[in-house]
Design a protein around this ligand. Structure first.
Ligand SMILES: O=C(O)CCC(=O)C(=O)O
Ligand SMILES: [Fe+2]
Length: 188
């Protein structure tokens, strides 16, 4: 697990470099902040269930902060296709890693990248295990929109925020009732 954590961390920093480069800015723009940032590994176990529709599962949410890298044992993850508001099941690709774009990349890119709404459903055939590696900046480091992406035609769409701001939001709002941190960051 230690080796996996180290390698996915390097991958996450490299991917953030590619994302910033794709926005037309220096690939090293966030490198130091990512290196000083936080990594959390979450192991999720979704037991097989005779009545999956009756069970508590992972409700729809977008992930806070930069990116998540997920390795999963079988199908179950669904993502919202915003083009037609339909849930799509992520296919089972053995050995493949999934990368979720998270709220902070939506803020960074002024909405050019969208934070992915996703959920996990249970099934009655087998237990599913996933390992999610989550990458954030430091607790009080604010993520703001790249200033080169803001002009008269493209006004700043989001307020800046830190991980601590997210924890503050969580303590005051129930995300299982559909309250979303990224929505709270949008300028009117
Ligand atoms: O189990 C999965 O595939 C995704 C887990 C997830 O979305 C999360 O931990 O935030
Ligand atoms: Fe998630």
């Amino acid at each position: 697990m230690g080796d996996y954590a180290v390698k996915t961390r390097h991958l996450a920093i490299e991917l953030m470099g590619l994302i910033t480069e794709s926005l037309g800015i220096d690939p090293k723009y966030l490198e130091t902040k990512m290196e000083d940032g936080m990594q959390v590994l979450v192991v999720n176990c979704y037991p097989k269930c005779p009545e999956p529709h009756m069970a508590l599962r992972l409700p729809p949410h977008s992930d806070y902060s930069c990116i998540t890298i997920v390795l999963h044992s079988s199908r179950g993850l669904e993502i919202m296709d915003a083009s037609d508001d339909t849930w799509r099941l992520v296919p089972e690709l053995h050995g493949a890693l999934q990368v979720h774009i998270r709220d902070h990349v939506e803020v960074l890119s002024n909405g050019l990248y969208k934070s992915m709404l996703h959920k996990v459903t249970l099934n009655n055939e087998r237990t599913r295990v996933s390992i999610a590696s989550l990458y954030s900046l430091e607790m009080d480091e604010k993520m703001a929109t790249v200033k080169e992406l803001i002009d008269d035609e493209h006004p700043k769409k989001y307020k800046e925020s830190s991980f601590n701001d997210f924890l503050d939001f969580l303590s005051k709002n129930d995300i299982t009732e559909g309250k979303s941190f990224i929505e709270s960051l949008k300028n009117n």
